[in-house]
Design a protein around this ligand. Sequence first.
Ligand SMILES: [Zn+2]
Length: 234
Amino acid sequence: MAVERHSNIKALELDDTNAAAVLKADAASAGPGVTEELTTREHPDLFPTLATGKQPQILWLGCSDSRCPETFMMGLQPGDVFVHRSIANILHPGDLSSGAVIEYAVQHLGVKHIVVCGHTSCGGVAAAMGNKQLGILDPWLLPLRQVRERNLEMLQSLSAESAGEAALKLVELKVRESLNVVIQKSVVLNAIQERDLEVYSLIYDVASGVLRELDIQDSQDVIRARLIAFKAEV
Ligand SMILES: [Zn+2]
């Protein structure tokens, strides 16, 4: 899968006056947008084709942030990507929603690629780097705070130089953490072994629109231990 590519976002220019119109039936009053572009000029057959079904090859696990729309970020189209997004792209191992999405995508859709993507300027990461009480967000952000705890010395040392560098490092560490949750699922381990399902760790730079792949390679010992601990017999 290609990385290091700029997004081709052609966003509607929303403001207070046309945002409501976009959500109502008369979306045309908001002006020309993505849908019109796709249907009338670039891909007139897209929506009729989608109505007959689609087999996405990519499962995307990313952040809910409005600046990170995965399909546009990769220059793809509706129907190309199966998606689960959450605040700070956190995956709790026992979470039913993300677990169901992953299992459905791997076992039933047969996706060939799984992407875990974090991004710069992530509000969830900034919150976890601070110490304010945040209500329901506190248990949600717990895995992120645990990563912060385990890497506190390094993050504090980076923070002394640049708060942005420290936050970016926590984003990278958290992407790795979420990837671990994915590859500890038996359905994923089976697909990696049986049909070469590939997993990727990406960071999206919201300031440039560039996707960067993290260089993460597990040793054979780590892979073997993971298989012994997490692979279940079908
Ligand atoms: Zn985010």
